[in-house]
Ligand binder design. Structure first.
Ligand code: DC
Length: 233
């Protein structure tokens, strides 16, 4: 594979494993785009709530997805992608625990998954991208050049998420954050369509005892191995 070849890289895993930070950093190091597909599901959840759509109303969800409601512009540098709903910037507004749970609920609906499939594949054209989500390596890009499954113990993931949310200063209870994470993971892993799981050819990385730098370095090592020209003889 020539050195200038651009790869399509996928990173799947449960909430709080460090996917977003690691994939953002990896993309920046490679000069690739970072596509956070969770933001798409969150945007659909936000739009559904704004319209008063019941999360189990497939017909209404289908109409929502058929309309050009959601805008997504990958960030050029390290930073969040800009997400819009009906032209309104919701980049920050979709980062609440409530929207996370609603995104998890609506993402179990086949009509929602099907509705976002084309958009995700369009974003993957031309490669040179790091896609993060739950089903990137299994369903959306089964032919990806390099697949990672990033995980960590529930305790480590809950600790990170709690710290991200401000820790004790947030006024939140650690147990509440851990329970929220557990509920969401269980639903994401147990749904019938595109459940959270590692692709058979994914490289597993457990980040419980690794720093972000170590995770990114491990991934970069695999990328370099993939890009290195095969040795002859
Ligand atoms: O990655 P995240 O926490 O922002 O994702 C929010 C929810 O969206 C997650 O609980 C499940 C859903 N999701 C999904 O079903 N498939 C993806 N590829 C990404 C996210």
């Amino acid at each position: 594979m020539p050195a200038e070849t651009k790869l399509l890289i996928t990173i799947d895993g449960p909430a709080g494993a460090g996917k977003t930070t690691a994939s953002r950093r990896l993309a920046a190091r490679l000069g690739y785009r970072h596509i956070d597909t969770g933001a798409l599901y969150r945007a659909v959840a936000y739009a559904a709530r704004a319209r008063g759509i019941d999360p189990e109303d497939d017909a209404a969800l289908g109409r929502l997805l058929a309309a050009p409601t959601i805008g997504f512009a990958p960030a050029p540098a390290e930073g969040p992608a800009r997400v819009t709903v009906d032209g309104e910037d919701v980049t920050e507004a979709i980062r609440t625990p409530e929207i996370a749970q609603l995104a998890s609920a609506i993402s179990a609906r086949p009509v929602v998954r099907a509705g976002l499939l084309g958009l995700q594949r369009d974003l993957g054209r031309g490669k040179g991208a790091v896609f993060e989500g739950r089903d990137m390596g299994t369903v959306v890009f089964p032919e990806a050049d390099l697949k990672f499954f990033l995980t960590a113990s529930e305790e480590a993931r809950a600790r990170r998420r709690y710290a991200e949310m401000g820790g004790e200063r947030s006024g939140l209870r650690f147990e509440a954050v851990r329970d929220e994470l557990r509920r969401r993971d269980r639903r994401d892993a147990e749904r019938a369509v595109a459940p959270l799981r590692a692709a058979a050819d994914a490289i597993l990385i457990d980040s419980s005892d690794l720093t972000l730098e170590q995770v990114v370095e491990a991934m970069l090592g695999r990328v370099q191995a993939r890009l290195a020209p095969p040795r002859n003889g």
